[in-house]
Design a binder for this molecule. Structure first.
Ligand SMILES: C[S@@+](CC[C@H](N)C(=O)[O-])C[C@H]1O[C@@H](n2cnc3c(N)ncnc32)[C@H](O)[C@@H]1O
Length: 298
């Protein structure tokens, strides 16, 4: 998100409040005072996802302990390329309602979970290429990708949208209503697997969908894949997000944050599995956090 840090004070403040609580806890344990004021340097530990997302937003405010190293410079260059792409090719074409969803999402503590606008642009292109009418989405959050899909499919098109987090979903409600596309979205307030299994009990749901987008709990992607292959028509498309898992797939495990290791291992396996699945044609692209596009062949 191209906002300057001054415009993101609420998010920054909530991180600092959290950090202050942690420091107080630490100080209480060590019996040291924790008074600090404006101008003091505060160290906050982010997980890699937060770091990557926040650095773009708080340029010059956030640095990492690799600053100046070759690794850090290469990473900064990659981030600059992404930022330039967004500024030049993505933001000028992004519908106003999607910008609104992004700005609602930017104020949340979990803002980094929102789909990136460049991933959205790629999804829009795929939907248009296949004239998608009926779609399914697993992992909705504040509805960025659901809204962009709803804006593209025809008026009698349908999106089955599954997510157990109704609270985040409700945040995008007004924008969806204003855009006049609410009737195209069938929201299922539940974890995805039971919903998919229930829907598959009805034969008419098999081979009925043109497109599926998965951006949810990672370690279930394999289970989703087997079911989505039954929902999506031959020639239809399934897209998995996060398949590069914050560039951790190419790192030695010991260099990866502990919180991300289970998913890293999972994606290494999943990517091999998808590559070997002869039922699909695939292309993995490094847009957003990596997306694997699968076309059902038979
Ligand atoms: C990265 S966000 C999705 C981003 C969204 N597609 C967008 O456009 O901003 C991941 C979402 O997956 C949801 N999720 C987690 N576990 C899930 C499950 N078992 N079934 C379906 N959704 C799940 C979370 O509640 C969260 O909203």
């Amino acid at each position: 998100m191209a906002k300057r840090w001054e415009e993101q004070l609420d998010t920054a403040k909530s991180y600092l409040d959290k950090a202050a609580k942690k420091m107080k806890k630490f100080a209480d344990r060590k019996r040291r005072p924790t008074y600090y004021g404006v101008g003091d340097m505060v160290m906050v530990k982010f997980n890699p996802r937060q770091f990557k997302a926040l650095r773009g937003m708080h340029q010059n405010l956030i640095c990492n302990d690799l600053k100046g190293s070759k690794t850090d410079l290469a990473q900064q260059e990659r981030e600059q390329v992404v930022q330039d792409r967004r500024d030049t090719s993505v933001y000028p074409r992004e519908p106003e309602s999607l910008k609104e969803i992004r700005s609602i999402t930017a104020n949340l503590l979990e803002f980094y979970m929102g789909a990136t606008p460049d991933s959205g642009q790629l999804i829009a292109m795929l939907l248009n290429l296949i004239n998608a009418k009926r779609t399914i989405e697993i992992g909705i959050f504040t509805r960025y990708s659901v809204l962009l899909t709803a804006l593209i499919i025809p008026d009698d098109g349908k999106i089955i949208a599954i997510d157990p987090d109704r609270q985040s979903y409700e945040l995008g409600l007004l924008v969806i209503q204003k855009a006049g596309v609410e009737h195209k979205i069938d929201f299922k307030d539940s974890p995805a697997l039971p919903v998919l299994d229930k829907l598959l009990e009805y034969n008419e749901n098999r081979d009925s969908l043109d497109f599926a987008f998965v951006y949810a709990n990672k370690t279930n992607y394999g289970n989703y894949h087997e079911r989505l292959m039954q929902f999506v028509k031959v020639g239809g498309v399934i897209v998995y997000d996060n398949t590069l898992w914050y560039e951790t797939l190419v790192m030695p495990e010991e260099n990866v944050d502990k919180l991300m290791r289970a998913e890293r291992k999972y994606f290494l396996e999943l990517n091999k599995f998808l590559a070997a699945d002869t039922r699909i044609e695939i292309s993995q692209v490094s847009v957003g956090d990596g997306m694997t596009i699968c076309k059902r062949l038979f």
